[in-house]
Design a protein around this ligand. Structure first.
Ligand SMILES: Cc1cc2nc3c(=O)[nH]c(=O)nc-3n(C[C@H](O)[C@H](O)[C@H](O)COP(=O)(O)O)c2cc1C
Length: 277
């Protein structure tokens, strides 16, 4: 059901729903690598929507009553953990029938940083718009979705592999994990680049996650300084993987266990491994 919403109704989030979200935010959510994170639900001010344009985000957010603002303590896996935990909040909001949209950029010197009192040792790589989705997407939003091919996803054979990057993993061969991987595939990603790749080990007990970097994008962009958004995408993929596995009663754990599968294709880097328990 989740999809990105950029046009919102004017009415605020109901107190009951706000309470559920705030309770979750105050429960110290974190990702699989345990980076300390902080999240707050803040009311939108009249200036926020204009300010967003100068912060490296794209698209126009209209009428959102609030934002989830979050920070991560700088650490080796800060972006992955932030992506993981923020996506959990998005799925919770979706469950509450609220609309959301990830907004990635550089918020270090923004009013969002002030709102959450960003500390020296923290980063603020993204915020999320949250509220009641308008009955119809606005014309500008429709154009953005068309431009980003928002509904489009790469086919399985370009994303999931068996043993090495040479052999695609078919949905049939994925067995119990077909749904798990499909939920990764339909997840959100910065500019819908879908940089996640999985290689299943030969014995079928490990799923290795790789980041296929988009050259010149995010961290590597020449003209705008934004956070390493594609590492946020990795956290989102891990979140969808873990939650779907849990829902299906498939237990496992994220580990740092880089496989020896020879030279990786260009622009690929290892991220983490899901090991079936
Ligand atoms: C890390 C990240 C950053 C994003 N930044 C923006 C943004 O700045 N502006 C925007 O309108 N959408 C942003 N998006 C939303 C994506 O464009 C959207 O997820 C993608 O196009 C797929 O569409 P869907 O979410 O409706 O499935 C971002 C998504 C992610 C995961």
């Amino acid at each position: 059901m989740r999809s990105s919403w950029r046009t919102y109704r004017a009415d605020p989030i109901e107190p009951e729903k706000r309470r559920v979200v705030e309770q979750w935010l105050s429960s110290s959510p974190t990702g699989p690598f345990g980076t300390p994170l902080r999240f707050e639900l803040v009311a939108a001010t009249a200036d926020d929507q204009n300010a967003l344009r100068g912060l490296g985000t794209y698209g126009f957010i209209r009428g959102t009553p609030g934002f989830i603002v979050g920070t991560a303590r700088r650490a080796a896996r800060d972006m992955e953990d932030f992506g993981y935990a923020m996506e959990q909040i998005i799925l919770l909001a979706t469950d509450l029938e609220l609309g959301t949209c990830w907004l990635g950029g550089t918020f270090t010197k923004s009013t969002f940083a002030e709102k959450i009192m960003l500390r020296e040792e923290e980063t603020l790589p993204a915020v999320v718009a949250i509220g009641h989705a308008a009955a119809n997407r606005g014309a500008v939003e429709k154009l953005i979705r068309w431009g980003a091919k928002a509904k489009m996803r790469r086919p399985w054979e370009g994303l999931f592999f068996s043993s090495t990057f040479k052999q695609p993993l078919s949905m049939e061969a994925a067995g119990d994990f077909a749904t798990v991987l499909e939920m990764v595939r339909i997840g959100p990603s910065a500019s819908n680049r879908q940089p996640w790749r999985f290689v299943r080990s030969q014995d079928g007990r490990r799923y290795h996650l790789f980041l296929r970097r988009t050259p010149g994008y995010g961290r590597d962009a020449k003209y705008i300084r934004v956070a390493d958004l594609q590492r946020l995408d990795m956290g989102i993929a891990m979140c969808h993987f873990s939650l779907t596995s849990a829902q299906l009663g498939l237990s496992g754990i994220w580990k740092d266990a880089e496989p020896n599968i020879g030279a990786l294709p260009d622009h690929h880097e290892y991220v983490a491994t899901w090991e079936i328990e």
